[in-house]
Ligand binder design. Structure first.
Ligand code: KDG
Ligand code: MG
Length: 405
């Protein structure tokens, strides 16, 4: 089954997505997601100019060899753009293999380890009360785990909580340069305990709670936060510290028993090797798009399972429904699956362009039996939504110092 054509389509049905369509000489095609938020055109150029020509004529069944060819065979290993390009190709090839076999991808991975996989929904608000109201909405729908984020009083805007006019995933098309948001660790600490204390008071102890720090703290501050939140029994604290230096998490671990989750911006197993091997984290949050596809995610999951680390794939809407579907198959298979982040099944526009075979019920998702990834992409509909340049915000301290993400 030879690869005949590789199409790269950048569209913006509600937000930008980089979609790869690999077409074989049998007519079977596969789809992959290569979206890197704010750097979409870099991935598209990498794929079109450097990857696509090397794929034509190869056997689409050779997933592992093609992965190694695009990773090891290139002098310049790793990095978000390279790994997203590999991720997109890899997903498309698994999709093709599944379609050729007449089996959903989770069957090719080893079959189901569970009936459905558990989600954590997002509750955010301008005040603690607003956040808890939004949590009630999710709890009433049957969600078993909720991530809580609340605006920080005294700061003019908080990442992830921009009120009802915007949410942080929205296109910045009216502001073609990155918006800036302030950060104050002091003011954050003044708010955060109240959020979790009130959540436990109102919803009791039978629901999982998570929180994303977006890497704004130093290791010792993260240790302090974890300790402060211990009475509220979080499922995990996410991205407490930017851990390019993986050793940082030794400090966090030494100071708190609050479980730690990390990895949504990681690109290879090397980014989390020490974190996992030293058991400094509890959940690995890498995404199939950014970590080099299903092939890489499967390897990371197996490695993590040796150290009691569970998977909790990134589920932001800046990954396309193709990546969410890939996660669905991985989540059905992975024996050490933990929880899946969930921000919704796309927008009205994205649902016009992408189709997927996933069902949500009571805060859990089941994956259908469609062969391959069970996704489809309407190229004609996508044409209605051309690419729009967009950026994530940057973070600055109140004195203007550029701060961590
Ligand atoms: O592109 C950045 C977003 O995907 C990210 O900020 C979302 O932190 C995020 C999360 O946990 O979903
Ligand atoms: Mg996050």
């Amino acid at each position: 089954m030879k690869i005949k054509e590789v199409r790269v389509i950048v569209s913006s049905p509600g937000r930008n997505f980089v979609t790869v369509k690999i077409i074989t000489d049998t007519g079977i095609y596969g789809l992959g997601d290569g979206t890197v938020n704010g750097r979409e055109m870099a991935v598209a150029a990498y794929l079109e100019e450097h990857v696509a020509p090397c794929l034509i004529g190869r056997n689409a069944h050779d997933i592992e060899d093609i992965w190694q060819y695009l990773y090891k065979g290139v002098y310049w290993r790793k990095g978000p753009i390279t790994m997203a390009a590999i991720g997109a190709v890899d997903m498309a090839l698994w999709d093709i293999k599944g379609k050729a076999a007449g089996l959903p991808v989770y069957q090719l991975l080893g079959g189901k380890s569970r009936k459905a996989f558990t989600l954590y929904g997002h509750a955010t608000g301008n005040t603690v009360e607003d956040t808890l109201e939004n949590m009630a909405f999710l709890v009433n729908q049957g969600f078993k785990a909720v991530r809580l984020q609340s605006a920080i009083p005294g700061l003019d805007g908080t990442y992830g909580v921009l009120g009802d006019k915007k949410n942080y995933f929205e296109l910045q098309s009216d502001r073609p340069l990155p918006p800036e948001l302030p950060w104050s660790t002091l003011k954050y600490f003044n708010m955060i305990e109240e959020l979790f204390a009130k959540a436990r008071e109102r919803f009791g102890n039978n629901i999982h709670l998570c929180h994303d720090v977006h890497s704004r703290l130093t290791p010792i501050e993260a240790g302090r936060l974890g300790k402060l939140l211990e009475p509220y029994n979080l499922l995990f604290l996410e991205d407490a510290v930017a851990a390019e230096n993986q050793e940082s998490y030794r400090i966090v671990r030494d100071h708190t028993t609050t479980p730690q989750a990390l990895g949504e911006i990681y690109n290879t197993i090397w980014d989390c090797k020490d974190l996992i091997q030293n058991q400094w984290i509890d959940y690995i949050r890498m995404a199939a798009t950014h970590a080099g596809g299903i092939t890489a995610m499967r390897r990371i999951a197996d490695f993590a399972s040796m150290y009691h680390v569970r998977t909790a794939p990134h589920g932001a809407p800046d990954l396309s429904p193709i990546c969410h579907a890939a996660h669905g198959h991985l989540n059905m298979w992975a024996p050490n699956f933990g929880v899946q982040e969930f921000v919704g099944f796309g927008t009205k526009q994205s649902n016009e362009v992408f189709k997927y075979d996933l069902k949500l019920q009571d805060g859990m998702v089941s994956v259908g039996d469609s062969p391959g990834l069970g996704v489809d992409f309407d190229e004609q509909a996508a044409k209605k939504y051309p690419y729009k340049r967009s950026y994530l915000p940057v973070s600055r301290l109140e004195d203007g110092t550029l701060w961590s993400w």
